[in-house]
Design a protein around this ligand. Structure first.
Ligand code: HEC
Length: 360
């Protein structure tokens, strides 16, 4: 240790060593040791804006660190570290910075604040975001993000649906609300959304022919790859093909080797028919009342690591869990064909079928 300290003549090196030392003292009560506390605070200051800042605050349960946490949260709204930082802010109950971020004039900050709030999947976000959606004076980009974030929690989705039913939902967010609410995982809310806020007509008005008929039509591989990447279709948010896309579901880079076109149709039209091993969906009930949903990626004696539908990883203490339940339905939503035309679907399947393992 000593020789390493001597070698570390630059700031970065010193910080690295300090972090290493600190990680060994995790959980220690600093209040009883003022000199140690001031050393920790110094290291903390040098890590501002980084993942390590969040880790130190967490490890030593440091209080009043919301400004630094907020900085990391807004900068990394879709990363584990940013989401964890926002969870700590919500837990602190001091929401001044969050409200300021959401309502301030900086649209990027407001959008990212709304995004990271959604990624916490904490029901505390509902009273923060609902007024943003309803306030037509605010920038529409912020309000659309607030809609996308609200549907991450059941209470938020239910509130939006209620507003739509009472005809109070502002027009400029209706399309976003319709697309989001028609894709939620709560069957009753989804069914209600189909009635109250039906998906816009146009993409797919015609009823889908039977798969046997679809199989007779040859698709266009190049167009299919574009359909795959379309945001409103969403495949790319959950599947990686080569180096593009998130990994929530299995990578599809060689899916044409594993599945024939008929089986690919089935995987898209009826995702819950055969759920791939290791990709089962779980719903966890926490003491806080929150219900994280996603895949369990690993488990130790006292921790569960989950990945949600946005590929954000969260560690959950087992002591915080009331109940865990494996879902019979896939994380992959049903009805994805409704986000595209019949020809789009044919092209998409042609494309996926063409993705084969390179010949050895
Ligand atoms: C919210 C995440 C999500 C979205 C969106 C999604 N999928 Fe999936 N998909 C999954 C998961 C998780 C699985 C594995 C569980 C299962 O088999 O149902 C899966 C399985 C599959 C499989 C079977 C893979 C295998 O190895 O057997 C195919 C094919 C597939 N998806 C294609 C698509 C296509 C095409 C789209 C877009 C139209 C899409 N998925 C959208 C999450 C998603």
């Amino acid at each position: 240790m000593k020789s390493a300290a001597v070698l570390a003549t630059n700031d970065a090196g010193r910080t690295a060593i300090a972090l290493e030392v600190l990680s060994r003292m995790k959980g220690m009560d600093l209040e009883a040791k003022p000199s140690l506390k001031s050393a920790v605070m110094k290291v903390l200051e040098s890590t501002r804006g980084t993942t390590n800042f969040v880790k130190i605050v967490q490890d030593f349960k440091l209080k009043d660190q919301n400004p630094g946490l907020f900085e990391v949260a807004v900068k990394n709204p879709a990363e584990e570290t940013g989401v964890e930082a926002m969870r700590m802010i919500l837990a602190s109950r001091d929401l001044k910075l969050v409200t300021e971020g959401l309502t301030g004039t900086n649209v990027t900050t407001a959008v990212q604040t709304a995004e990271v709030l959604g990624n916490t999947a904490d029901k505390e976000i509902v009273p923060l975001l609902l007024p943003v959606v309803m306030d037509v004076q605010r920038d529409v980009a912020v309000r659309k993000q607030a809609v996308r974030s609200l549907v991450r929690v059941q209470e938020g989705a239910a509130e939006l649906l209620k507003m739509a039913k009472e005809d109070k939902l502002p027009n400029d967010v209706k399309l976003t609300a319709s697309m989001e609410l028609n894709g939620v995982r709560w069957a009753n809310l989804k069914a209600e959304a189909a009635k109250v806020l039906p998906l816009p007509q146009g993409r797919n008005t015609e009823p889908l022919p039977p798969v046997i008929e679809l199989l007779k039509v040859k698709g266009d591989v190049a167009r299919g790859s574009q359909v795959f990447a379309r945001q409103e279709v969403g495949c790319i948010n959950c599947h990686r093909i080569n180096d593009k896309g998130n990994e929530v579901g299995p990578a599809l880079s060689e899916i044409g080797t594993k599945l024939g076109r008929d089986a690919i149709y089935e995987a898209i039209l009826d995702p819950s028919a055969g759920i791939s091993f290791g990709f089962e969906a779980w719903q966890i009930e926490l003491k806080s009342g929150d219900e994280p949903f996603g895949l369990i990626v690993s488990e130790t004696a006292d921790e569960l690591t989950m990945k949600d539908t946005k590929a954000i990883v969260t560690r959950i203490k087992k002591s915080d869990i009331v109940k865990r339940q494996q879902m019979k339905t896939s994380i992959m939503p049903t009805g994805l064909q409704q986000t595209m035309s019949t020809q789009d679907l044919i092209d998409l399947v042609e494309y996926l079928g063409s993705l084969k393992k390179a010949a050895q």
